[in-house]
Design a binder for this molecule. Structure first.
Ligand SMILES: Cc1cc2nc3c(=O)[nH]c(=O)nc-3n(C[C@H](O)[C@H](O)[C@H](O)COP(=O)(O)OP(=O)(O)OC[C@H]3O[C@@H](n4cnc5c(N)ncnc54)[C@H](O)[C@@H]3O)c2cc1C
Length: 557
C-alpha cells in the first residue's frame, strides 16, 4: 500500500471518474469503479471516514422501525445488504442480539411487535444472523436483569449486526486501491473545471498538507460528500434551495460497569417516544442516538448538554438501579445524517419522519450527486451510482472498451480474505499466536483479530521484528504501537486524529480519550512521516481540538 504522500504523487493527470468524498458512499463507489476497470481517483478533504461514516450508531441493520411506516422496500434492501456486508467483512460485521422490551400501554402490543419480527425475518428470507424469539417477563429478568421490570409484558429478541464504521470504510478503500483505484485523503476538491458546453471536465484539488494545487481531468465526477453535498453542488453553479435536510445524532459512552447491558436494548424515550439504543461495546456501553435538525457547518457539530441529558434520561428511566450521571460520560460523538429534503408539497415532517432513502441526481453540467442512504446499503448505492457514471461515459463515447462488471458482492474485503466460515474470532486469534513469536498477550491478539481480521498477522509480525511495537499505546489498554506504524504504512493515516479516532477507537473508549499518549503517538508518526516539530505540534493540537469538541457540552454546565 503506498503511503498517503505517495498516493498524492501518483495521482494521474486524467481519469475516467473522480469521486469527491471518502465516506462509506465514496469508498463503495471507488471500489466498484476500480473493480470494473475504470481509471478512478477519490479525494477526501480530511481523513477517510472523517464525516458521518465514523459517527454513526455503528450498526449494519435492516431498520426494524421502518416497518411501522410501511417502508418495506427500504427494509428489504437493508436486510438483503446486511447479509452481503456480513459476507464481505465477517471480521468487522458481527451479529448482535437486540432486546425489545414491551411495556403495558405501549403504542404497539407485544403481539403486533412479534408479528413485525416475523415480517422482519421474512423480508430477510429467513437469512437473518439468527431467528428472533420472544421472552416472557421472567426470562427478560434473567437475561437483562437491570432493565425496568414494572409493567413489562415481554420482549422479542431479534438480530442485527454491529460494526466499526470507520474501519469498514477504510477496508473498502484499501480494496479499491488494490484494484487500481487512486485514493488521497487530506486532499480537498476546491473547484470543478468545465469544458465544452459547460460540461464538467475535472477538478482542482488542494493538498491539505502543503496547500499545493493540482488539476485532474475527468470524464465524469461524482459528488459523494454526505453532509457537504450542497456545498459541492454550489461549486457547480448558483442554486436555488438545498438538496439536504441534515439532522444531527449524538451518542454518549460510559464504562460498562456503569451500564452493563447484555443485549443492544431498544428504548422508547420516556418524553417523546423516539427509538434509541443502549449498546454493549466491550469494556464500554454507548447510548444513542438523537435526531435534531442542524443548520451549522458540517464538521462542527457537537453534543450539547441538552443532547447528553436526553440520552441520560432515557437510560435512567429503563435502568432504574443503574443511574448514570453527566460525570460518567467518557466521550461523545456527533454526526449528521445527509437526508434528502422532502419536497415542499409533502408538508411539515419531524426529523425522524424524513426518509432515509438515497437519491442520485445528475446536473446539467454532468455532475452526478448521490445523497441520503445508510451505511448498511452503501454497496448497493455505490453500484447504482457507478452504473449511472458508466452510462454517462457511454453517451460521451468515453467508456473504456475493456470494462467488466464490478461484482462487489462477491469479493471479501482485505481483512476477510481467508477468514474461517465458522466466524470463530477466538480460534483465529489462537492460530495467530501459533504463527509467529510476537509475544503478544491473548487479549491483544484478540483485539488485533477483531480489528484487522486476517491482516492481524501482519501486525503480529511487526511486533516479532521489533518488540518495542508490542508496547501499549495507552498503558493498560489493548491497542499497541504497531497499530500506529501499520496505520501510517498500510492505512493512509496522516495525522494523530486519524490514528486515535479512526485507525483505533482510543478517542471514544479511553477514560482520558488518549490524551496521556498523544505525544508518544505523534513522536512515532513524526519519525515515520518525517514531520518537522511544527507539523508534529499542529497534529497534536488538531487532536486536542477534536477532544475539546466532544467535551464542549460541559462548558454549558
Ligand atoms: C447519528 C447517526 C447514526 C447513524 N447510524 C447508522 C447505523 O447505525 N447504520 C446505518 O446503516 N447508517 C447509519 N447512519 C447513516 C450513515 O452513517 C450515513 O448514511 C453514511 O455514513 C453517510 O456516508 P457518506 O459517505 O454519504 O457521508 P460522509 O461519511 O459524511 O462522507 C462524506 C465525505 O466527504 C468529504 N468531503 C466533503 N467535501 C469535500 C470536498 N470538497 N473535497 C473532498 N472531500 C470532501 C467529507 O470530509 C466526508 O468525509 C447514521 C447516521 C448518523 C448521523
Amino acid at each position: 500500500m503506498p503511503s498517503r504522500e505517495e498516493m498524492w504523487e501518483q495521482v494521474p493527470e486524467e481519469v475516467d471518474l473522480v469521486v469527491i468524498g471518502g465516506g462509506i458512499t465514496g469508498a463503495g463507489i471507488v471500489r466498484d469503479a476500480a473493480r470494473r476497470g475504470l481509471r478512478v481517483a477519490l479525494f477526501e478533504q480530511n481523513d477517510i471516514a472523517y464525516g458521518t461514516s465514523s459517527r454513526s450508531s455503528k450498526l449494519i441493520h435492516g431498520g426494524l422501525r421502518y416497518l411501522e411506516s410501511y417502508e418495506f422496500s427500504l427494509v428489504f434492501e437493508s436486510v438483503s445488504e446486511r447479509r452481503v456486508v456480513m459476507d464481505l467483512a465477517p471480521h468487522l460485521v458481527n451479529p448482535l442480539a437486540f432486546l425489545f422490551p414491551v411495556y403495558q400501554g405501549a403504542r404497539k402490543s407485544l403481539r403486533m411487535i412479534s408479528a413485525g419480527m416475523w415480517l422482519y425475518d421474512g423480508l430477510a428470507l429467513f437469512r437473518s444472523p439468527r431467528r428472533h424469539k420472544t421472552l416472557k417477563p421472567s426470562e427478560v429478568a434473567a437475561e437483562e436483569p437491570l432493565l425496568k421490570q414494572e409493567d413489562l409484558q415481554g420482549a422479542p429478541v431479534y438480530y442485527d449486526c454491529s460494526t466499526d464504521d470507520a474501519r469498514l470504510t477504510l477496508e473498502t478503500i484499501i480494496d479499491a486501491t488494490r484494484n487500481g483505484g487512486t485514493v488521497v485523503n487530506w486532499a480537498r476538491v476546491e473547484a470543478l473545471t468545465k469544458g465544452d458546453q459547460g460540461r464538467i471536465s475535472g477538478v482542482v484539488v488542494k493538498n491539505q498538507r502543503d496547500n499545493s494545487l493540482r488539476e485532474v481531468k475527468a470524464h465524469t465526477v461524482i459528488n459523494a460528500t454526505g453532509p457537504w453535498t450542497d456545498e459541492v453542488l454550489g461549486m457547480s453553479g448558483p442554486r436555488k434551495g438545498k438538496v439536504l435536510r441534515p439532522t444531527k445524532g449524538i451518542h454518549i459512552v460510559v464504562e460498562r460497569e456503569k451500564l452493563p447491558v447484555e443485549h443492544a436494548v431498544v428504548l422508547f424515550h420516556p418524553t417523546d417516544k423516539r427509538v434509541l439504543f443502549a449498546l454493549p461495546w466491550g469494556e464500554r456501553t454507548y447510548v444513542g442516538t438523537t435526531d435534531t435538525d442542524y443548520d451549522g457547518a458540517p464538521g462542527e457539530e457537537a453534543a450539547t448538554l441538552e443532547d447528553v441529558d436526553y440520552l441520560i434520561a432515557a437510560s435512567n428511566y429503563y435502568f432504574p438501579t443503574k443511574q448514570i450521571s453527566r460525570d460518567d460520560v467518557i466521550s461523545t460523538w456527533a454526526g449528521l445524517r445527509p437526508l434528502i429534503a422532502p419536497e415542499p408539497e409533502v408538508g411539515e415532517m419531524s426529523e425522524s419522519q424524513v426518509s432515509r432513502e438515497h437519491q442520485i441526481l445528475i446536473g446539467e453540467d454532468g455532475l452526478i450527486t448521490i445523497a441520503g442512504g445508510k451505511l448498511t446499503t452503501y454497496r448497493k448505492m455505490a453500484k447504482e451510482c457507478v452504473d449511472v457514471a458508466v452510462n454517462l461515459l457511454k453517451l460521451s463515447d468515453k467508456l473504456p472498451a475493456d470494462i467488466q462488471s464490478g461484482q462487489t458482492f462477491k469479493f471479501p474485503l482485505p481483512g476477510a480474505v481467508g477468514w474461517p466460515e465458522d466466524d470463530d474470532h477466538a480460534r483465529v486469534a489462537a492460530d495467530l499466536a501459533g504463527q509467529c513469536d510476537s509475544g503478544l498477550s491473548e487479549e491483544v491478539g484478540r483485539h488485533l483479530v477483531d480489528t484487522y481480521g486476517m491482516r492481524a498477522l501482519e501486525l503480529a509480525k511487526l511486533c516479532e521484528a521489533d518488540p518495542s511495537l508490542a508496547e501499549p499505546i495507552v498503558p493498560g489498554r489493548a491497542e499497541i504501537m504497531a497499530q500506529v506504524d501499520f496505520g501510517v504504512r498500510e492505512e493512509l493515516a496522516a495525522s494523530v486524529s486519524d490514528v486515535m479516532i479512526r485507525r483505533t477507537q482510543i478517542f471514544f473508549r479511553d477514560l482520558q480519550q488518549g490524551l496521556g499518549s498523544v505525544e508518544k503517538v505523534a513522536a512515532r508518526m513524526a519519525q515515520l512521516i518525517g514531520w518537522s516539530d511544527e507539523e508534529r505540534q499542529k497534529s497534536i493540537d488538531g487532536y486536542k481540538a477534536e477532544v475539546a469538541l466532544s467535551q464542549r457540552w460541559r462548558e454549558e454546565l
